[in-house]
Design a protein around this ligand. Structure first.
Ligand code: SF4
Length: 239
């Protein structure tokens, strides 16, 4: 049987809005230079093209409370019209089979998985994310949903909390979570933070793997970057 380029891990209600459906797709090969060749897990609307979803400001179904959404004028660095659109289009063309553990589990063995190449992992059922992570050799994941009413706190074991301020990071540390903090001044670090290894020495996430949730050995801080850096600075002032 020909190896698929990806599999559908889940389709059904979003944990962030039970009335709307999402689809969660794992694509098996990646040329992303920052992450390296990790399995990439995409959280998309089941019914609406990601560009349209953002234009209609309905992307809370996949991104929940994240105020970096481009639909809100935020700093999200994902080019929605490229990879997320390509994955959605391939899904609509029927390119991806529905995941069957008996047939597809081996595709994750020995691999590193990035949960949330687009969309927030907490939009999917925790059991799906935990299953994929249990098969893989390592993972990275980030969430903005710790204050969302639909947030399953078990995701703290898998995900770094994305923090935009030192205050947010300190609050997360107080409940035992690990953080991935975006900073304006990278020299202003907590004692329990180190700079993202991709930023400091070009290590890929595949080779680093620190960002794995509450069992991460340390918290991460990264300098604000990307073409929407100005939006981050403006939103931060408004926060
Ligand atoms: S700290 Fe490591 S795993 Fe986390 S984003 Fe940076 S390179 Fe990737």
């Amino acid at each position: 049987m020909k190896k698929p380029s990806g599999v559908i891990l889940y389709h059904g209600p979003s944990a962030l809005d039970q009335k709307r459906n999402i689809v969660v797709i794992a694509t098996l090969s990646s040329k992303n230079r920052k992450t390296g060749n990790m399995v990439q897990v995409w959280i998309l609307s089941k019914d609406t093209h990601p560009v349209q979803l953002s234009a209609d400001k309905l992307d809370d179904v996949i991104c929940g409370n994240c105020h970096h959404r481009q639909s809100l004028g935020g700093a999200c660095y994902v080019n929605i019209g490229q990879a997320p659109a390509a994955v959605f289009n391939a899904y609509r063309r029927g390119l991806y089979p529905v995941y069957d553990p008996a047939i597809h589990a081996h595709l994750f063995k020995g691999r590193k998985v990035r949960l949330g190449a687009y969309g927030d992992p907490a939009a999917m059922p925790f059991e799906i994310a935990a299953h994929v992570v249990s098969l893989a050799d390592g993972h990275t994941a980030y969430t903005h949903q710790q204050k969302h009413p639909g947030f399953d706190v078990r995701f703290l074991s898998l995900c770094m909390i994305s923090a935009d301020t030192p205050k947010q990071a300190a609050a997360a540390h107080a409940i035992g979570a690990k953080t991935f903090r975006i900073a304006v001044d990278i020299t202003d670090k907590f004692d329990n933070e180190i700079q993202c290894l991709s930023d400091s020495n070009g290590t890929s996430c595949h080779d680093c793997g620190i960002c794995k949730g509450s069992s991460a050995p340390v918290n991460i801080v990264i300098a604000v970057h990307g073409s929407r850096k100005g939006n981050f600075l403006n939103n931060r002032k408004a926060a």
